[in-house]
Design a protein around this ligand. Structure first.
Ligand code: NAD
Length: 250
């Protein structure tokens, strides 16, 4: 896809992987709308890249529809959606105070999984109305999973479950939306040095980074953003979840 002047929406863009992706997209000439629950943080990113900031809790379906309508009004229907919103979570199923509150799991699924499907359906409906580009492509939907979807640690059953759902929906969505010229791709990051990681890993130290075969360090958000740009440009990447983890298996 030619990113120049195309309308792009990035969620979770106030920080970490989403913020850097928004920077890369703007640098590539896209008209970027950045969405986040952190209104101040997302406005800062929008000011930096000359984009549009929308404050929104993606767990609130109406608010999300409104956010996309605001983006559409400003930049036209998005051809690119990069859904980076996610909440880390690490807690035992049964802890010292008894079973994990079910509500914690519900909220996690709401933010990590339900919002992914919600973004997908809303963005795809908009993309389907767009004229196809030269190669017949109408848009790309990129969602963020995690290597925890495959190899969750002890204490990550809830988080891994929420990300496993993201992985499972990529192929069937690509099969369904392919005839409309819409590609659907997932990225499963390993360990990236962002707030989500710091929230989940209580004892982060160099030993964890040393378990990454190469390079022995946490991923940089720019490496995630570079992959997003490549996926957008490379039309053959579709219906798959790409691991970005330095060979790390937990
Ligand atoms: N950092 C890692 O090591 C790692 C590993 C695997 C997967 N991931 C995934 O990558 C994605 C990006 O995470 P990150 O590492 O950049 O973390 P981050 O904490 O820096 O960014 C997450 C962003 O999502 C926003 N957000 C959270 N809940 C929201 C909501 N309900 N509505 C709107 N915005 C909300 C936060 O305000 C924040 O700006 C997440 O889906 C995360 O699960 C990260």
């Amino acid at each position: 896809m030619d990113i120049w002047e195309c309308s792009a929406v990035v969620t979770g863009a106030a920080s970490g992987l989403g913020a850097e992706t928004a920077r890369y997209l703007a640098e590539a000439g896209a008209k970027v709308t950045v969405i986040d629950i952190d209104g101040v943080g997302v406005q800062k990113i929008a000011d930096e890249i000359g984009g549009l900031a929308v404050h929104c809790d993606v767990a609130d379906s109406l608010s999300l529809e409104h956010a996309l309508a605001t983006a559409r009004q400003a930049h036209g229907a998005a051809r690119v959606l990069v859904h980076c919103v996610g909440r880390g979570h690490s807690a035992p199923i049964v802890g010292p105070n008894g079973p994990m509150p079910l509500e914690d799991f519900r909220q996690l699924v709401e933010v990590n999984l339900i919002s992914t499907f919600n973004m997908m359906r809303l963005a795809a409906a908009d993309m389907a109305q767009l004229d196809p580009m030269e190669n017949g492509e109408r848009g790309v939907i990129l969602s963020t999973a995690s290597v925890s979807a495959y190899e969750g640690q002890s204490g990550e059953a809830a988080y891994s479950g929420s990300k496993g759902g993201v992985v499972s929906m990529i192929l069937p969505a690509a099969r369904e939306l392919g005839p409309l010229g819409i590609r659907v791709v997932g990225i499963a990051p390993g360990l990236f040095g962002t707030q989500t990681l710091f929230n989940m890993e209580k004892n982060l130290d160099s030993r964890i980074a040393n378990q990454i075969p190469f390079p022995h360090r946490f991923g940089d958000a720019a490496e995630f953003a570079m992959l997003v740009i490549h996926v957008l440009k490379n039309v053959m990447i579709n219906g798959t979840v790409l691991r970005l983890d330095g060979g790390y298996h937990r």
